[in-house]
Ligand binder design. Sequence first.
Ligand code: ADP
Ligand code: MG
Length: 241
Amino acid sequence: MSVLEIRDLAVSVAGNQILNGVTLTIRSGEVHAVMGPNGAGKSTLSAAIMGKPGYQVTAGTVTLDGADVLAMRTWQRAVAGLHLVMQYPTEVPGVMLQEVLSEALAARGATKKPLDDLIEAEAERIHFDRELVRRAVNVDFSGGEKKRNETLQMAVLQPKIAILDELDSGLDIDALRDCTKRVEDATKETNLGVLVITHYSKLFDELKPDFVHILAKGKIVKSGGPELADVLERDGYAAFA
Ligand code: ADP
Ligand code: MG
């Protein structure tokens, strides 16, 4: 059982205060959806949790099972069990997926053998073209292929908590279903805790949120159950922002 605890987190970027005290607790097996208008600070939240350079935490704490996440380097956060699927996955020329995963697993002291078979099985599970597994990470991939690739990495690495920043952006319906289903399965099979950022409740067809939070102007302005997403879909953000 793991807990990611975000308390009163305030973050500034390029001298602008973007987050003004965000508090969220995510436990193993739980799915928390964060929804909010463009520019609310959703990606800033994910960047601050993972320690992206340029995102300055000005107040608050982030802990994973009591350990101070903010004191860790980004790779240490990953090794500790945090995993971010970025809104716009990075292309990494010259680096193969197999190499990334074998290094990442080695850093965790968890050499899973044979890795090739595991990658193959995971690729099949999310209908990811196995030929793409042998290409440089994300290079010239379509939007859907990139997100499938990132989802595959998550599945192999088995983090404690995954942060999915607009997993649905740039995805077609089939890719969205495959990726969200794999994440939902992980919440049951490996007790993955999830923080999923999205605008659209379509994502919840497969990945069922236990909690929905509305982030506006750098603060969580309302939290509720899945029904809150339906209210948003109907009324928009205006009532909350
Ligand atoms: P969201 O993901 O909710 O759409 P973001 O977290 O990406 O919002 O952005 C929140 C605000 O922070 C925006 O006004 C954006 O312009 C600003 N911002 C985010 N990252 C940077 C950056 N690296 N440099 C300058 N401003 C940034
Ligand atoms: Mg964003």
